[in-house]
Design a protein around this ligand. Structure first.
Ligand code: UFG
Length: 330
């Protein structure tokens, strides 16, 4: 059985769906501070906090857990700048409680949800895994600290681990069963689609003077189901002792903010007013993955390689959710 922490969140819930599809048994753990119970498709659910060591010990005794996929974390970059303590306590402190409980219970396999934020401002594009790591904010630093903790626990306690560095997770389950629900929403694609839905008046384009073809920032948008599948493959690789410490998960293709807005106009057929705005502090001009290590070692290749189909899945989910009776999840 696989324990998925943060299983009620955006990427966690999609990964649970892929694990179930792969025939794995799953128990989700989530404190529901940002997650949604109705997104959890597995039967076993523990409502609780990773800070609670007793709960973790009890969970490891109660279920035959062989491995952990660890998503639970705070994820807002600006919030991490304003309140770093909250991020170090939760993202680092709770992970330490988790790995201690794992070692105590003899569970020695972990897949960790890391981020491209560990790289900071890239010195080259696309970014390979051996690119220097120099996070620009506390959020990115918490992810890098945890990567280090896992390496140290590997030496001291034989912990088998892999860190997956996500670029920009986007889109929703193509079946429309689960999807992205952040409150407040800060990510570009759902914000642009909220304008299309009429929930927001306009989208602000943060920065139009970057050194990019149209002056707006470039990101590598990777479909959440492709990310989810990478976790299943990485879990297998780490179980078989053939995983490297870290893998980039991205498509290797970058899109500017203006291209994203144009794509959303195409997909929705709606106007979507956009206004130029100053740069958002801390934003790098371009982040694009070199995903060749994951392709080579994990046999992983993104199925969603173009932006339109990614945005189509996000739009399908958002239009479904915005109806009065969107139907109940399985
Ligand atoms: N953007 C806008 N307007 C908006 C929202 C975003 O122009 O209303 C721009 C941002 O400035 C950025 C791009 O759209 O240039 C993408 O922004 P997102 O907020 O969607 O994503 P980020 O690239 O900032 O953040 C993502 C993850 C973080 C992670 C970070 C670095 O969400 O968790 O990548 O890897 F830390």
């Amino acid at each position: 059985m696989i324990l998925v922490t943060g299983g009620a969140g955006y990427i966690g819930s999609h990964t649970i769906k892929e694990l179930l599809r792969d025939g794995r048994e799953v128990v989700a753990l989530d404190n529901l501070s940002a997650g949604h119970r109705e997104l959890v498709l597995c039967r076993e659910f523990v409502h609780g906090d990773l800070a609670d060591g007793d709960l973790l010990r009890h969970t490891f005794r109660r279920y035959p857990i062989e491995a952990v996929i660890h998503f639970a974390a705070h994820t807002s970059v600006p919030e991490s700048v304003a309140d770093p303590g909250k991020y170090y306590r939760n993202n680092v402190g709770c992970t330490l409680t988790l790995v201690e409980a794992m070692v105590e219970a003899g569970v020695r396999t972990i897949v960790f949800s890391s981020s491209a934020a560990v790289y900071g401002d890239p010195v080259k594009i696309p970014i390979p895994e051996d690119h220097p790591t120099d996070p620009k904010n506390p959020y990115g630093r918490t992810k890098l600290v945890v990567e280090g903790i896992l390496r140290d626990y590997a030496v001291a306690h034989g912990l088998r681990h892999v860190s997956l560095r996500y670029f920009n997770a986007a889109g929703s389950d193509p079946d429309g069963e689960i999807g992205e629900c952040h409150d407040p929403e800060t990510h570009l694609i759902p914000i642009v689609l909220e304008v299309a839905l009429g929930v927001r008046r306009e989208v602000q384009i943060f920065g139009t003077d970057y050194d990019t073809p149209d002056g707006t920032a470039i990101r590598d948008y990777i479909h959440v189901t492709d990310l989810a599948r990478a976790h299943v493959l990485a879990l297998r690789a780490v179980e078989e002792g053939r995983a490297e410490a870290a893998y980039n998960l991205g498509t290797g293709r970058g899109h500017t903010v203006r291209e994203v807005v144009e794509c959303c106009r195409r997909v929705t057929g709606r106007e979507i007013p956009a206004v130029d705005a100053p740069r958002r502090p801390g934003d790098p001009a371009a982040l694009v993955a070199d995903p060749s290590r994951a392709e080579r070692d994990l046999g992983w290749e993104p199925r969603f390689t173009a932006l339109d189909p990614i945005v189509e899945t996000a739009w399908k989910w958002m239009t479904r959710r915005s109806r009065p009776n969107p139907g109940s999840p399985r």
